[in-house]
Design a protein around this ligand. Structure first.
Ligand code: NCD
Ligand code: ZN
Length: 389
């Protein structure tokens, strides 16, 4: 693919620039190939219904504000368990799943895929009960203190060996928030340090858990891309729209933009390029996980703002814009609809989702359980929109 260009002046109108590069100069992307649903013209793209393999939908009054966005465009989403208190057992997951299903609009088919929050005390019995449910797909490892609501997280991976062995035996996937938490490690290095300090030991060598499938969540660095590529088929990674579209300058140059602050934090341009290249490589190890993580505006625009970017309102259009910009739109279907389902061992979705190139302006806010959330690209133009699912 073409080398990713530096997004030097982001975020002042990146989508507007994408719009200006509109398809008139670009040949139509390749038409449908045998066996794939993808069909495309210069301004319309139909793909097999995609899945979002990393999504935060919150709970209580907030859930109904965000679930419909994902349910309309995606067939399934892996629902992150970092509620207060966290989703730790199959009973918690069943109750949370019912809340989510109640928020799915009438007539829309959407299947939440649940994941449990691992703690130092998660037992093999907890894992076996979760696997038997049929709706729990994995367990999330949050190093304690790494991110929003991770205080109950794992203090040392040696404490969860039994749980990990049970997961491997039952076919549950380990989803990893891959950052160390020591105060001595720079915020921008936390993912890279985690690879050697923790993740490698889970994947290779004497402490590795044989047969365990591992997803490196929301990867942000060239080192994480290389690590994932170097491992066997049991290791894969999700990639968010913000880590494809933006580098850290977008967040920090010319004023601090709290709505671009997420964890792992945006990195320098060479890492954005590596992550974008991985997403668009066609390598089945890399797949879509938005990490859409809404917070009320006041919690973001604060002296100590929360981490999380809300992208679910237009997740697929963000990816489509990024892939199109690199001339890789034909790779979107694999990334969005096939690789994740194949890795998780679930059937690919049967339906289709259609995107049209019809620029629109993202609202400044969306309603969020009696409050408001500022969406990714607020007030900016996005080239693509979902027109049918
Ligand atoms: C997530 C959240 O707000 O729940 N925040 C984020 O910045 N990604 C937590 C997480 O996935 O780390
Ligand atoms: Zn997340």
């Amino acid at each position: 693919m073409a080398t990713a260009r530096a997004l030097t002046s982001l975020p002042r109108g990146p989508a507007a620039r994408l719009a200006r590069r509109a398809a008139s100069r670009r040949p139509p992307v390749r038409a449908a190939r045998r066996g794939l649903a993808a069909a495309a013209s210069a301004d319309e793209l139909t793909i097999t219904t995609p899945d979002d393999w990393h999504l935060h939908v919150r709970d209580a009054s907030k859930i109904a504000s965000v679930v419909p966005f994902t349910a309309r465009a995606f067939g399934r989403a892996l629902i992150m368990p970092n509620l207060v208190p966290p989703v730790r057992t199959v009973q918690d997951a069943a109750a949370y799943r019912a809340q989510i299903l109640a928020a799915v609009p009438e007539g829309v088919a959407f299947e939440p895929q649940m994941t449990l929050y691992l703690t130092d005390n998660t037992s093999a019995a907890d894992i076996e009960a979760a696997a038997a449910s049929g709706f729990v797909r994995g367990c999330k490892l949050y190093p304690a203190g790494a991110t929003t609501n991770s205080d109950f997280g794992v203090t040392d991976v040696s404490k969860i060996t039994g749980a990990l062995e049970a997961m491997a035996a039952c076919g549950l996937v380990l989803e990893v928030h891959g950052e160390v938490t020591h105060a001595s490690v720079d915020a921008f290095d936390r993912e890279r340090v985690f690879l050697d300090e923790t993740l490698r030991g889970l994947c290779e060598g004497p402490r590795a858990v044989k047969g365990l499938k591992i997803v490196m969540e929301h990867i942000t660095t060239s080192e994480a891309v290389a690590f994932c590529e170097s491992q066997g088929e049991n290791v894969a990674a999700t990639i968010t729209p913000q880590h494809i579209l933006y580098n850290r300058n977008a967040m920090l140059v010319g004023g601090i933009r709290p709505h671009l602050y997420c964890l792992p934090i945006l990195k320098r341009e060479k890492h954005r390029e590596a992550v974008a290249r991985a997403a668009m490589s066609g390598n089945k190890k890399f797949f879509l996980g938005t990490d859409s993580a809404p917070h009320p505006r006041g919690a973001k625009e604060s002296a100590c703002g929360c981490a999380g970017v809300f992208s679910a309102h237009a997740a697929l259009p963000f990816y489509a814009s990024a892939f199109e910009k690199e001339g890789e739109l034909e790779k979107l279907e694999g990334f969005a609809s096939f690789h994740g389902a194949d890795f998780y061992g679930v059937a690919r979705n049967a339906g289709t989702t259609t995107l049209r190139k019809a620029p629109w302006t993202v609202p400044e806010t969306y309603e969020f359980g009696g409050d408001v959330v500022v969406p990714f690209f607020a007030g900016e133009t996005v080239d693509w929109q979902v027109v049918g699912a």
